[in-house]
Design a protein around this ligand. Structure first.
Ligand code: HEC
Length: 201
């Protein structure tokens, strides 16, 4: 009996932790409810079997507006399977990200697309910026529950209380645009531990 228990424990340790730990870590990510930004979505699409020439075309792409990017993505979805898996608002978030960040500057363009480290290559998206810059004085909930137009976001970021935050004007605009599309999350979808003080500070 003892031996069986010992073997079971060993198996649990060997397989259990290996198989279960990463999944647990992911499901315990308290920020998982905040929608993916363009960097994550683009990485997903690239890693989902996108042909190299299509990826190059996206990274070097130039469009005057988010809507043009949206049309571009829709036209490409036949050759990039990952695009078809995105929901409409994700496609819009991706188009929005591309409109702020593409074309990549020549010195940032990876020499070998197939071997590129996208985490390093791609600029941060609105979600990354919010998690980096918007939690040190108040809980992220203050930000992510607000439903407002871009001018209001920029207005807040230009207030004396926020003006010292070390983001460029271009990053502020990209963050505002991400928040217009993805904030306004109802408080009951925010994990309990991030509700302290509700949507206030
Ligand atoms: C240096 C500290 C600090 C950081 C960092 C900070 N905030 Fe704030 N935030 C405050 C203070 C103080 C208040 C309450 C007083 C006020 O509204 O100016 C506030 C309030 C807010 C409010 C509610 C009031 C309003 O103006 O709408 C929003 C929304 C907000 N912050 C968004 C953000 C965003 C977005 C970021 C990240 C870019 C951020 N905050 C980062 C200090 C900060």
């Amino acid at each position: 009996m003892r031996v069986i228990v010992a073997i079971t424990c060993l198996a649990a340790v060997m397989f259990g932790t290996w198989a279960v730990a990463p999944v647990t870590a992911e499901t315990e990510d308290v920020f998982a409810f905040i929608p993916s930004g363009g960097k994550t979505l683009l990485t997903q699409v690239i890693e989902d079997g996108a042909p190299v020439d299509q990826v190059t075309a996206l990274l070097a792409g130039k469009h005057a507006s988010r809507d043009e990017w949206l049309d571009d993505l829709k036209a490409r979805s036949a050759s990039m399977p990952g695009l078809k898996k995105l929901e409409e608002h994700e496609l819009l978030t991706l188009a929005d990200y591309l409109s702020f960040n593409m074309p990549l500057p020549a010195d940032k363009m990876p020499a070998d697309i197939a071997a590129a480290d996208w985490e390093k290559v791609l600029p941060r998206d609105g979600r990354d910026l919010a998690l980096t810059y918007c939690q040190s004085c108040h809980i992220i909930t203050v930000v992510i529950t607000q439903d407002r137009p871009a001018e209001h976001w920029l207005g807040t970021m230009n207030k004396p209380s926020h003006v010292e935050i070390k983001t460029t004007q271009a990053e502020r605009e990209a963050l505002a645009s991400y928040l217009v599309l993805n904030a306004g999350i109802p408080i009951d979808l925010v994990p309990e531990e991030l509700r302290a003080g509700g949507a206030s500070y």
